[in-house]
Design a protein around this ligand. Structure first.
Ligand code: ADP
Ligand code: ADP
Length: 227
């Protein structure tokens, strides 16, 4: 479980991006943070993996405060997927996927085998392993981004607008595949989107943020729709 306890982030210029956020992202479920641009979604996520420190409040992973966990250990526990995949342009697909496990000491041969397995999981055949990011479509790059986030088999996944940079047809396909994959892997996921339809489609729980970084409500999609 990922838990936000009364978390506030004020940037040095005084902007309050997140205002007293309390929220639980349950184990094995998808929690979606949804709201308009600027309501603090990205800031909230980046505090979980300590790219940003909160001004006050506490974030815990499985009961452990992230503030007491070093960055390397956090990265092993938390996969991170961003909008334009953020692949290393000078590395091929297999090396992109396995960058973190290699850094952690996994051998070249095992890394290759594991890369091919992960690529298959996200719907990419072995022929993609030696391509470079620029040789892939946007949708394929996002798939590689997901494979890379899964490489160290982390229990947690943070996904920041993972399907926003692709056209609507590819997006729908990636959403379906993502739900199918999650049924197999059962990660604890926080996913950010500005698209309410996507939130309702993907979320086990949907947390609605408003301007000023305040939580308006958090509930299951069916419950939100019934309100
Ligand atoms: P979202 O992901 O919902 O679009 P962000 O978390 O990116 O929102 O931003 C929340 C608010 O914090 C916005 O008003 C944004 O302009 C502001 N903000 C984000 N990063 C910084 C920063 N480094 N310095 C000052 N303000 C920032
Ligand atoms: P998608 O529908 O997944 O977005 P695209 O229509 O963009 O895919 O691309 C279709 C096919 O063309 C894909 O199989 C992709 O691998 C290939 N492709 C796209 N860009 C390049 C490129 N720069 N070099 C080689 N193949 C490419």
């Amino acid at each position: 479980m990922i838990r936000f306890d009364n978390v506030t982030k004020a940037y040095p210029d005084g902007t309050v991006a997140v205002d007293r956020l309390s929220l639980e992202a349950p184990t094995g479920k998808i929690t979606v943070l949804v709201g308009p641009s600027g309501c603090g979604k990205t800031t909230s996520m980046r505090m979980v993996n300590r790219l940003i420190e909160p001004t006050s409040g506490t974030i815990t992973l499985g009961g452990q405060p992230v503030s007491g966990t070093d960055a390397t250990e956090l990265r092993r526990k938390i996969g991170y997927v961003i909008q334009h995949a953020g692949l290393f342009p000078h590395k091929n697909v297999a090396d992109n996927v396995m960058a973190l496990p290699r850094l952690l000491g996994l051998g070249r041969r095992e890394a290759r085998t594991r890369a091919l397995e992960l690529l298959e999981r996200v719907g990419l055949g072995p022929q993609f392993a030696d391509r470079y990011p620029w040789q892939l479509s946007g949708g394929q790059q996002q798939r590689v981004g997901v494979a890379r986030a899964l490489a160290a088999d982390p229990p947690y996944l943070l996904m920041d607008e993972p399907f926003s940079a692709v056209d609507p047809v590819v997006r729908a396909q990636l959403q379906e595949e993502f739900l199918r994959l999650q049924r197999e892997i059962g990660k604890t996921i926080v996913l950010v989107t500005h698209d309410i339809d996507e939130a309702l489609k993907l979320g086990d729980q949907v947390a609605v943020l408003r301007e000023g970084g305040r939580l308006a409500q958090a509930a299951a999609p069916a419950e939100l729709l019934a309100r």
